[in-house]
Design a protein. Structure first.
Length: 317
């Protein structure tokens, strides 16, 4: 495949007059914001037809596993599909991955401009009981599919959390996604961040929740850790994925729960800790989405945005 995109299934075409010539198969963003590609070449200033829907096969970023159901963006600098929006001004939304593409694959199949709906996400509503006495963090701020969590410099135990109202029955095949940005990472070791699935929340210590599957970050460190626990399976304590977060740069964590006895974790499209026994199949559930930021009696601060946290269930794996 030499073109950036090509038809797999018929889609909708619209008229477009490009200001600069488009080669056959070239991907661009239209003035209305939609992604489009030109099935045939279009000369500059000449009206032609571009495709804005349907299943297309596009070039993909190497080294990234793109799981089915994932949102993908067009990396305008590399002219390939990417799991993250790398730049604010030139990259744009492309669509949904329809078939999982392995790391070594050079192309991926995408439902152009389709926008998925999670089965559950924090935007559906969440339960929260912030912990603060003298501090000001007495409200958890939700937005779209995510939430903002803030701890201030008051030297006291504090907690902010968001536990989804809706849950998932244990064993239901699903993909759990979280886009996390450390605006201000916990400034001291007293701060802990946990994001993922849990059967409950906790006033002081998310690690003690009996059933959970978490991305975990210790304050004052950028190591991305992963952990799991249920009532029967051997718990996986916080284990270094060897991937580090970068302050003010979002990272994508995806849990593939097609098999609840062998859950796989992907960070920015890379399968991390594949041999770790993340298993939560023995839980009673229901498992709910949880974003949880806590600290002990310390003056450390933290400011985290969980840009999205959602789960997409499916009946066939």
């Amino acid at each position: 495949m030499t073109a950036e995109a090509q038809y797999l299934n018929p889609g909708v075409s619209v008229d477009h007059t490009p200001t600069t010539a488009m080669t056959a198969g070239e991907v661009r963003q239209l003035p209305d914001g939609r992604a489009a590609f030109a099935p045939t070449a279009i000369a500059a200033g000449v009206k032609g037809a571009v495709t804005v829907s349907g299943i297309v096969e596009v070039l993909k970023t190497a080294t990234m596993v793109m799981l089915k159901g994932s949102r993908v963006f067009w990396d305008a600098s590399a002219n390939k599909a990417h799991l993250l929006q790398i730049t604010d001004t030139t990259d744009f939304y492309l669509g949904i991955v329809t078939e999982t593409a392995a790391s070594a694959a050079t192309t991926v199949k995408v439902d152009l401009n389709a926008n998925p709906k999670y089965t559950i996400d924090l935007g559906d509503g969440f339960w929260s009981v912030p912990v603060a006495v003298a501090g000001v963090n007495d409200v958890t701020i939700g937005h779209r599919e995510g939430v903002s969590l803030v701890l201030d410099a008051t030297a006291e135990a504090q907690k902010q959390d968001a536990l989804s109202i809706l849950g998932i029955d244990v064993g239901t095949p699903c993909l759990v996604e979280s886009l996390i940005c450390l605006n201000v990472n916990g400034s001291g070791a007293a701060v802990d961040l946990n994001v993922g699935l849990a059967n409950a929340t906790h006033a002081t210590d998310a690690d003690s929740i009996t059933e959970h599957l978490f991305i975990h970050i210790d304050g004052a460190a950028l190591d991305i850790l992963a952990q799991s626990a249920d009532a029967v399976s051997a718990a996986v304590t916080a284990t270094d994925t060897t991937v580090n977060a970068v302050a003010e740069t979002p990272f994508l964590a995806q849990w593939d729960l097609s098999d609840w006895t062998d859950v796989q974790l992907y960070i920015n499209g890379v399968n991390v800790l594949p041999a770790s026994a993340f298993a939560i199949s023995a839980g009673t559930g229901p498992m709910k989405l949880l974003a949880h930021l806590e600290k002990t009696a310390d003056a450390a601060v933290g400011n985290i945005t969980v840009m999205r946290l959602g789960a997409r269930t499916y009946t066939e794996v």
